[in-house]
Design a protein around this ligand. Sequence first.
Ligand code: SAM
Length: 329
Amino acid sequence: MPLKDSFNRVIDYVRVSVTDRCNLRCFYCMPEQGIIYEPKAHLLSYEDIVRLLQVLGELGFKKVRFTGGEPFLRKDFMTLVEHTAKLGHYRDIRITTNGTLIQRHIPKLKELGIDQLNLSLDTLNAERFKRITRRDTFAEVINTLHLLIKEGFKVKINAVVMYDVNTEDIIPLVNFAKEYPVNIRFIEEMPFNGGYKKNDRIFKATEIYETIQKEHPVMVRKSRKHGDTATEYAIEGFRGDISIIPAFSRTFCNTCNRLRITSKGEIKTCLYDSGVFSMRDFIRSGVSDKALADKFKELIRLKPENGFVAEAGTREKLVRAESMSSIGG
Ligand code: SAM
């Protein structure tokens, strides 16, 4: 029997942030300086993560995403992926990466049957990439993108759309999917940037849609799959497709299937809560697998109806001060 929350949503997807460290400094995610990283001892160990994934697998979880920070920055990250694959519970093992450190791991990823990756890329313009990420790795990321496509990976490109920053990149990114079989996912900017800047003007999903539609009037909406946060569109003559994710507008919560584990082991039953339980402290207190499973069930039962309820129920300042790098996106 799949696990359901009190709103009858099947919860079977866990996102694990394996580190809060990143080698880029995307300005919508974190400040350039003054970031206080968690000491390594505060992070969940790989053993702890695999144990939690085993328990969740037995509770019916089918999909896991590793994210961060930059997951490939954590030492021996592929060992974690390999151990997860060996559990045999997860039909989908996914990774979200900035693409700077992944190339040498491609053979192992293929060997483990991981054939789908999310790559973050907010612009196809080298100068703007540098301004957004505060680092000069555009060439490496583009190179990785082409290599992944050539190697047969299904690539989803995550592009955060920001008013007055990269709205002019929407159409070039859309057109990339004409030539290449990738899914371009335009994401509304969220307030999780480490608390150092305000998001006064969000470029909304509806505006993203209108921008694309002006250029490509016939966008055919594809049917939604279980747990989709993205609305997906096909455009005639395109090899790839386009998605829009109303991450700030939160219009998808009624089909949410997720649970999050942050890098320091906080459980988030909604992206907009501020962490509802320290699974790290619980697991380190020596509890049994049964106690872990019971705790997960209890937390899932308490999952809020939507991101607005979650946000209202938490201390606003705390939510705004969080960086996506510790939450994991
Ligand atoms: N380092 C990896 C990467 O760059 O993909 C994984 C971690 S990153 C935090 C995961 C995703 O969160 C990325 O696609 C990133 O664009 C997105 N993200 C970060 N901050 C965001 C924000 N404030 N609003 C919307 N998306 C954000």
